[in-house]
Ligand binder design. Structure first.
Ligand code: SF4
Length: 176
């Protein structure tokens, strides 16, 4: 209990520092150093708490901007609607879903993400998002175990973003 209270304070301090760092940052694309430190710290805590969790109790949450902008398929309602054409990483996430039995969701906002988590009740969430959403999401969800993965803003913010499938898969491998 005391450990959780201390952790809560650490998360609050990190959260405030990230807000301050973002206020003074001129660069929209780059993640601040403090948010990288926070995510690294959080992920270490989460992995320690999540040893031996079966993969079917893991959820992967993704932002909508990960889907190729020109793709007409409704992957936000069902990731399985993806035809795995290779134009974005949604197809690779689908492969991870089949390989490990995890549940993946592309959420268009916080409300949908919360609804998905309420329904699936995961023991661990692997969340992919931009700096602001990732830090705020992890802070809000505490003490839920949320492993954070930064998306890659290779085309600028919120448009045809990318992610490291290897990083997501390495988390699933560590649980084995
Ligand atoms: S991989 Fe799937 S979601 Fe991405 S563009 Fe192709 S069909 Fe659409």
């Amino acid at each position: 209990m005391l450990k959780l209270v201390i952790l809560r304070w650490i998360y609050l301090i990190f959260y405030l520092l990230v807000i301050i760092a973002r206020k003074f940052s001129k660069e929209e694309i780059e993640n601040s150093r403090i948010s990288k430190i926070f995510i690294r710290f959080n992920n270490g805590v989460v992995l320690k708490r999540c040893k031996n969790i079966p993969a079917n109790r893991v959820s992967i949450l993704l932002p909508h901007c990960i889907q190729n902008y020109e793709c007409p398929l409704k992957v936000t309602s069902r990731v399985e609607n993806c035809k795995e054409c290779g134009k974005c990483k949604v197809g690779d996430i689908l492969k991870l879903q089949r390989k490990y039995g995890v549940k993946a969701k592309i959420a268009t906002g916080g409300t949908l993400a919360r609804k998905f988590l309420k329904e699936t009740k995961p023991k661990l969430v692997i969340a992919v998002a931009c700096e602001r959403d990732l830090v705020a999401g992890i802070y809000d969800a505490f003490p839920m175990s949320v492993y954070g993965v930064f998306n890659k803003k290779i085309n600028g913010p919120c448009f045809n973003t990318d992610l490291s499938i290897q990083e997501v898969e390495s988390v699933l491998e560590k649980l084995r």
